[in-house]
Write a protein that binds this ligand. Structure first.
Ligand SMILES: Nc1ncnc2c1ncn2[C@@H]1O[C@H](COP(=O)(O)OP(=O)(O)OP(=O)(O)O)[C@@H](O)[C@H]1O
Ligand SMILES: [Mg+2]
Length: 463
């Protein structure tokens, strides 16, 4: 399983980005402050150490050996401690920094001070390396977090004093951390509000587009939110309006043509009776029958995608009753039983679509095997036959109106080529899809996929 840490929705992405940016900038500021105050504190303690070590050494060198301890006690404070040590105590090789400091202490000693050049400085000693008797009082507290700075300054030819200083470590600036947390919260709230302003109209747009695809209404979205989103909504509304109008005028045109053809056909049928040549009359009558069938198909196509309201029905019962009707008419239609399949659809349209598919199977494939399969998303009505199937290259084309494949242009199956285009319009009008495939064992398989849809939504317009 692949783990996706990056959130998928815009609001969460926006919040993560904004909160992350604010957090990073605040941590940067706090870190800068921390480092800066640390180096300031260090410089400060070193200045004081130089002064202090020099002045204590100068004072101690002036008093009698018996009084030295008293003087050094007086001059010690909790974070630094002075004690007398032997003349060559703790000498080791010094780093250049330590040498420079030792020289500064030497220079700060008064003229005439003994062995000014023998000052030793040990920077940042771990506490454990320092003789317990020389440690400052404060270093005895549990877990002292400080490094020590030790200065050893000669006070006579035979002795020296050790000064041990605690280096204070600055704390993390709590105020800055609290401010950072508040800033992150405020920025996240701001980002959430902004994201809401973008996402709300966007999800309305998504809903409207889905409603349009599903054919369940004339969608219109409120034009709101930032300019970019508002423009998208306006463009969508314009497109939806245009598509709806185009579809409507197409339907009106089809239904007008269908209607207007009916009257002359009827008139011609009556007039045909007066033709005496029976062969000619029968030929013309067949042509008229074809014309009449075409007209009825055109009218059906016009009605096909409009006029009916969605209802909750049992798809299984609907398919079964149609198959039974066709079976009664002597058509070779076989229906595999299926449990109740509740669905929201326009039942007459689905009936008309299925009828077309089944009639094709019978006409071009000798028989129709009908069954329903279902999954979480919806149902599939599957119709299989034993005919020649449809070559891959024609599977798109047969959905276009009036397209009939060369092989079926014969008297026996004389259709109009409107059947499958109607099927496609109906199924897609339900938010579904029609899939054609050739079966391995020969014959065509038509799969009409219908999503389970929410409760019926009335259509605003009637054809
Ligand atoms: N089951 C099938 N097996 C083989 N070819 C098919 C099958 N169904 C359809 N076709 C081919 O697709 C073409 C288009 O089918 P469609 O149902 O749209 O029109 P039609 O059956 O010719 O006429 P109509 O259904 O309008 O009376 C058919 O003419 C036929 O060539
Ligand atoms: Mg057909």
């Amino acid at each position: 399983m692949r783990f996706r840490l990056w959130p998928r929705t815009l609001p969460v992405q926006l919040i993560v980005v904004v909160a992350g940016a604010v957090a990073i900038s605040n941590i940067g500021v706090a870190f800068y402050y921390y480092v800066n105050s640390q180096s300031q504190a260090q410089n400060y303690i070193i200045e004081r150490m130089v002064d202090r070590a020099a002045s204590v050494a100068a004072s101690v060198s002036q008093v009698q050996p018996q009084a030295r301890l008293v003087v050094m006690r007086t001059m010690s404070v909790p974070s630094w401690r002075f004690r007398e040590v032997p003349e060559n105590y703790g000498s080791r090789v010094m780093t250049p920094d330590e040498q420079a400091l030792a020289k500064r202490i030497g220079d700060a000693l008064p003229a005439g001070h003994p062995r000014k050049t023998d000052v030793v400085v040990h920077l940042y000693q771990p506490l454990k390396d320092i003789d317990p008797s020389l440690r400052p009082v404060r270093s005895r507290q549990p877990n002292p977090p400080h490094d020590m700075i030790q200065a050893i300054v000669p006070i006579s030819n035979h002795s020296a004093i050790s000064g041990v200083f605690m280096r204070p470590t600055p704390d993390w600036p709590v105020e800055i951390m609290v401010a950072a947390v508040i800033a992150v919260l405020v920025a996240s709230a701001g980002a959430a509000v902004m994201a809401g302003r973008v996402v709300r109209p966007l999800s309305e747009l998504t809903g409207a587009a889905a409603a349009m695809a599903d054919g369940s209404g004339r969608p219109h979205v409120v034009e709101q939110g930032p300019d970019d989103v508002r423009n998208a909504a306006a463009a969508f509304n314009a497109m939806a309006e245009k598509v709806t109008r185009t579809l409507e005028s197409q339907r009106h045109l089809l239904s007008a043509v269908g209607h207007d053809l009916r009257t002359p056909i009827t008139a011609m049928r009556i007039n045909l009776e007066f033709i005496e040549d029976s062969e000619l009359r029968d030929g013309l009558m067949r042509n008229l029958d074809e014309l009449q069938a075409l007209t009825e198909q055109v009218l059906a196509a016009a009605r096909g995608t409009g006029g009916e309201t969605k209802r909750n029905v049992d798809l299984s019962a609907l398919v079964e009753s149609l198959c039974a009707d066709l079976d009664d008419l002597g058509e070779p239609v076989h229906w595999a039983g299926h449990a109740a399949a509740p669905i929201s659809c326009r039942p007459n349209e689905i009936r008309r679509a299925l009828r077309n598919v089944v009639e094709n199977a019978v006409a071009y494939g000798n028989k129709a095997d009908v069954r329903i399969t279902g999954n979480a998303e919806g149902y599939e009505i599957v119709v299989e036959d034993e005919g020649p199937g449809i070559p891959e290259s024609d599977r798109q084309r047969v959905f276009e109106p009036f397209v009939r494949l060369e092989s079926s242009r014969n008297e026996a199956t004389g259709g109009t080529g409107l059947g499958l285009s109607l099927v496609k319009a109906i199924v897609e009008g339900h938010g579904g899809a029609v899939v054609l495939e050739n079966r391995k064992q020969g014959g065509l398989r038509v799969r009409m996929q219908l999503p389970r849809m929410p409760a019926a939504q009335p259509r605003p317009e009637a054809a």
